[in-house]
Design a protein around this ligand. Structure first.
Ligand code: PHE
Length: 512
């Protein structure tokens, strides 16, 4: 297979299929199998599902179209696309890249857990109590109440660093680098495996999950309204969770889809493909939910040691790492299902992680004319280093805090500025006209309403609500110190970094 390179040196996808698969690969990841069920369980099951679908159609899909269309129009990654509208907006593009980058830093650490769990699963090393194993033996999790004093052992010595997680993380970054070694060219080859294989495995788990005895109780929790249905639906927090989960899951607000759009040739249909990408992702999450909730129903109905479904609502961080191991212990064929599950998670995650690295490298290549290898190695190296704090005894709390801040502030902010800059300054009507280079690339006026009015109003409302909520108390009661270092300081870090990259000189051919 050969890749076409245009006179401006930009690489292009081999084919439409490769593009759609790569974008689906970016979208489907740990977000679908690990994050979606936990957020869904925390926010009332079915009520969340409804909010998720509304968020997908009112904001997720329009913003996905916007990112792909602007990438394709400008043939630039995120900062370049913002610069195209006006140089004063460039730093916003770098902020978005920064948010995506920090998310990938902790994402890679969860991938590292998956490597470890793949090994554990061969002999079910987690024993009879996977929950205790996960927090005590694997993570050596410290007490949350010690958090402000000890800062998770980060300042109290390297002794509390988990070498296993460190090794897993090295493997993760090596795998990411290998998948994008020659840029779009390598991606075109690996993408078939990393998208299609885990899908098949996931289907096996779904069938297994829904046919477990007692599964129906879990499925009812997930798929039908209960007493608190309206209460959950009235809570702004459910909606914030839904919107942020949609952005996280379809990879918008990360700066990835601008880059992926910029590798598109003229004439590719964006609207139809965006629907295909977003709907495949959402369906995968919803279907993966069947497997997870089926499993929770089963665990709630065990004759001995049953765990009620509501118990997962607080400790749901570990659904994939606690509920599944528990299931694997109990079902016949656990020896096969165990490794299969964690290998599936790794395959799902790797194409999401490398899509982000591609998004970042494209930004540096575009602006500074760096070579692909140089940009990639620096980003992978830096990503690995920034992941180190999550490998300590309190890593989980840091990561929970950062996940919350990056999603609730970072992705929200990213999507709001995209709607404002491209919807108003560039103008959404122009995006619709640009797309007409393809005869059936028609985008109705609904796009204008959603990008200019509905999304920004809803997102700003939710963001303000979140800020007020944070003013009331620290996230999860972790304390203000943790929140400051793990959340606010990271946002400041992104802003400062964005300004630096904006002000640094661009390569000669780009200078204006
Ligand atoms: N869409 C990804 C997922 O659902 C999230 C992600 C994308 C994370 C890119 C990191 C980098 O898992």
């Amino acid at each position: 297979m050969k890749n076409s390179v245009t006179p401006n040196g930009r690489e292009h996808w081999d084919s439409r299929t490769v593009f759609v698969l790569a974008a689906i690969g970016s979208a489907i990841g740990l977000g679908n199998v690990w994050r979606f069920p936990r957020i869904c369980a925390e926010n009332g099951g079915f009520a969340f599902l409804i909010a998720f679908i509304v968020a997908l159609f009112t904001a997720g899909i329009p913003i996905l179209i916007l990112e792909l269309a602007m990438g394709k129009r400008t043939q630039k990654s995120t900062p370049g696309a913002f610069r195209f509208v006006g140089s004063k907006f460039e730093w916003l593009g770098w902020c978005i890249v920064g948010v995506g980058f920090l998310i990938t830093c902790y994402y890679a650490v969860i991938m590292s857990w998956c490597w470890n769990y793949t090994v554990y699963s061969f002999n079910q090393a987690w024993g009879d109590n996977p929950s205790a194993f996960f927090s005590k033996e694997f993570l050596h999790l410290a007490n949350a109440s010690d958090l402000p004093q000890s800062l998770g052992g980060i300042f109290s010595g390297w002794g509390s660093l988990s070498v296993k997680i460190l090794i897993g993380s090295v493997l993760t970054w090596l795998a990411i680098a290998a998948c994008i070694w020659k840029g779009v060219k390598t991606v075109s080859k690996v993408i078939y495996a990393t998208v299609l294989v885990p899908w098949v495995i996931l289907l096996v788990f779904v069938v297994r999950g829904v046919t477990l005895p007692g599964a129906s109780e879990g499925l009812a929790y997930y798929m039908s309204p209960r007493g608190e249905f309206l209460t959950f639906l009235m809570r702004p927090s459910t909606w914030i969770a839904a919107y942020t989960q949609v952005f996280f899951s379809i990879s918008v607000g990360f700066g990835i889809m601008f880059a992926y759009g910029s590798f598109l040739k003229k004439g590719t249909n964006i609207v139809r493909n965006a629907f295909i990408i977003a709907i495949s992702d959402a369906l995968t999450a919803i279907i993966a939910g069947l497997a997870v909730f089926g499993c929770l129903g089963y665990l709630a109905n065990l004759p001995e040691g049953a765990t009620p479904i509501s118990a997962w609502m607080d400790s749901s961080l570990g659904i994939a790492f606690v509920a599944y191991p528990q299931l694997i212990n109990l079902i016949p064929g656990g020896m096969i299902f165990g490794p299969l599950f964690f290998i599936m998670l790794l395959m799902l995650a790797v194409d999401s992680a490398f899509s982000l690295v591609e998004g970042c490298t494209a930004a540096f290549e575009d602006k500074y004319g760096w070579s692909h290898h140089r940009a990639m190695l620096l980003i992978c190296g830096f990503g690995f280093i920034l992941g180190i704090p999550f490998m300590f005894q309190t890593g989980l709390y840091w990561f929970d805090t950062l996940d919350h801040f990056m999603n609730h502030f970072g992705l929200m902010f990213a999507c709001i500025v995209e709607c404002l800059v491209f919807g108003y300054v560039y103008r959404s009507g122009r995006i619709r006209r640009d797309l007409l280079d393809h005869h059936d690339n028609k985008l109705g006026p609904w796009f204008d309403y959603l990008v200019r009015y509905v999304s920004p109003v809803v997102l700003v409302g939710l963001l303000v609500w979140e800020i007020v909520d944070r003013a009331k108390g620290s996230y999860e009661g972790y304390g203000r110190t943790t929140e400051f270092y793990g959340g606010w300081l990271m946002l400041i870090f992104i802003g400062v970094g964005a300004l630096v990259f904006t002000l640094l000189k661009r390569r000669k051919s780009e200078a204006v």
